[in-house]
Write a protein that binds this ligand. Structure first.
Ligand code: ADP
Length: 500
């Protein structure tokens, strides 16, 4: 019997390290090469499981299984598809405590952010359950007498889904839920950092909910070996769409390869998200909003505030209060419900954050809070006077570091906010919404929050960025556009005359 990855005893200290296989064609399979890798807890460093290390061969097998399952699944009744999604939502709800614990152990996720992910996932599945019954097209007027024309939405076939580790449950969830609900079949490649919460768990939930074999397949791989799986998904002609959430570097690489194969991609990439704090704002509110927006999930969310621009009139007071609050955020074991700042995902991430902060300080930045690694954590850190030409200023640093800069007025705030190659989210905090909205309208980002911080998502919202933050939109409301093909169909009720 396959032990549930959300079981109390799964990989518990003192027990044998469990083996987790891939999920291909409805079966739990070892990798074709027989290789495995260990996934470990970022807080304790202890192994959690040994996982199949798949590669291009496994991916090909998964794509073949998905292709074979497509005809039947795409014709399954709306009733059958809806039932599976409703049962999957119940399955997620039933595993709630187990998933909180798995997310903490596998990704260093605190209870708060696990709850955010769980609420999103259950809602995503229940909203996706409505998709099989959504109208599939339009009747179009034609100037040809006797011609009836319609535009009809049809599933595309096999969808490749590549997801990151940071919100493993929700980001793998949104990569597969709407595509499946619309009648596609899927090959999911979770991150090497979250093969359980971003992969095996979804296989388990959907299998239990009655999803037929081959409709969802999960291919896992060892660290550093994502390329062989990704390249196969992009090049395999049976894969008709790819959706990707992750770094801009990887997204660019995939887009280049997809261009060669003329394959459509949905890309949700990094952000360097600005938060504007305007004079007159309620300072307590602004400080709390900024602290949450910059440091939820220890800053490892693509939407996190990375740059705070504060108007000079309130800069001293805001900076002092903000730094004071940030310095007190509790750090430590992510399974302790009081913890706000858990461990960062791995040593590589910790060293990148450390190096970037050190470089900023060498170049004249001042540390207002944090600034020294406490492995496996990095404390919530606020820097100011950061030169524009260093990585911390212009690139996404995936961790608990925010840059706070004083601006003369809102024009300068807007100009600096827009002076970025990214355009994912942006936020404006001001005394009233009208004032804030006027400023927000000038910002170039896919998502703008007025009088709120930049981290937030709901399954039905059009989620995505501009510029180097990506193309296309996740969200149940955008799913038809992203995961179906529009087909123009005409029928005639009599014979027409031809000129020759
Ligand atoms: P992050 O920094 O958020 O982990 P990555 O872009 O490295 O961003 O990872 C996001 C996802 O992309 C993960 O599933 C990872 O395994 C995958 N990935 C990394 N490199 C490649 C690649 N060359 N091709 C396809 N997927 C990749």
């Amino acid at each position: 019997m396959v032990r549930s990855v959300t079981d109390d005893q799964f990989g518990a200290p003192g027990t044998a390290t469990p083996q987790v296989r891939q999920f291909i064609g409805g079966a739990r399979v070892a990798s074709a090469s027989g290789r495995t890798f260990e996934t470990s807890d970022p807080w304790t460093g202890q192994p959690i499981a040994r996982v199949a290390a798949g590669d291009a061969d496994d991916t090909r097998a998964a794509v073949d299984a998905a292709h074979e399952a497509f005809t039947t699944w795409s014709r399954a009744s709306p009733h059958e598809r809806q039932g599976i999604f409703l049962r999957a939502a119940d399955g997620v709800d039933r595993r709630r405590e187990g998933i909180v614990s798995l997310l903490a152990r596998e990704t260093g996720c605190t209870r708060h952010f696990a709850e955010v992910q769980l609420d999103f996932a259950a809602s995503l599945l229940r909203q996706s359950a409505a998709l099989p019954y959504a109208a599939l097209g339009q009747v179009l007027p034609s100037d040809q007498p006797g011609t009836h024309a319609v535009a009809m939405r049809r599933p595309v076939g096999v969808v490749g889904a590549i997801a990151p580790w940071n919100a493993a449950l929700t980001l793998s969830g949104r990569a597969i839920a709407a595509p499946l609900a619309l009648g596609n079949t899927v090959v999911l490649k979770p991150s090497e950092e979250s093969p359980l919460s971003g992969g095996a768990l979804w296989a388990e939930v959907f299998e239990e909910a009655g999803l037929p074999p081959g409709v969802l397949n999960v291919v896992t791989h060892a660290p550093g070996e994502a390329g062989s799986v990704g390249d196969e998904l992009v090049a395999n002609p049976l894969v008709r769409r790819i959706n990707f959430t992750g770094s801009t570097t990887t997204g660019r690489r995939l887009a280049e390869a997809a261009g060669r194969h003329l394959k459509r991609l949905l890309l949700q990439l990094g952000g360097q998200n600005p938060l504007l704090v305007l004079a007159g704002v309620d300072l307590d509110y602004a400080v709390n909003a900024a602290a949450y927006g910059a440091f939820v999930h220890q800053g490892q969310v693509c939407m996190c505030a990375r740059r705070i621009y504060v108007e000079r009139a309130i800069a001293d007071e805001f900076s002092a209060r903000f730094a004071a609050k940030v310095s007190t955020l509790p750090m430590g074991d992510p399974s302790d419900p009081r913890t706000v700042i858990g461990p960062v995902i791995n040593k590589w991430a910790l060293s990148t954050i450390t190096r970037r902060v050190e470089e900023a300080v060498e170049r004249g930045a001042r540390v207002l809070a944090g600034g020294v690694a406490q492995p496996p954590c990095y404390p919530a850190t606020v820097l100011t006077d950061v030169p524009d030409d260093i990585e911390l200023a212009f690139d996404e640093t995936f961790g608990p570091v925010v840059v706070l800069e004083v601006v003369e007025d809102r024009d300068e705030a807007v100009q600096r906010a827009n002076a970025s190659s990214f355009g994912l989210t942006a936020s404006v905090l001001a005394a009233d919404s009208v004032q804030a909205l006027a400023v927000a309208r000038r910002l170039n980002a896919g998502i703008i929050h007025v009088n709120d911080q930049p981290v937030g998502d709901e399954p039905q919202m059009p989620f995505g960025g501009t510029k180097d933050s990506g193309w296309g939109r996740f969200g149940v409301g955008s799913a038809f556009e992203e995961f179906t093909e529009l087909q123009w169909v005409t029928t005639r009720d009599d014979e027409r005359t031809f000129p020759f």
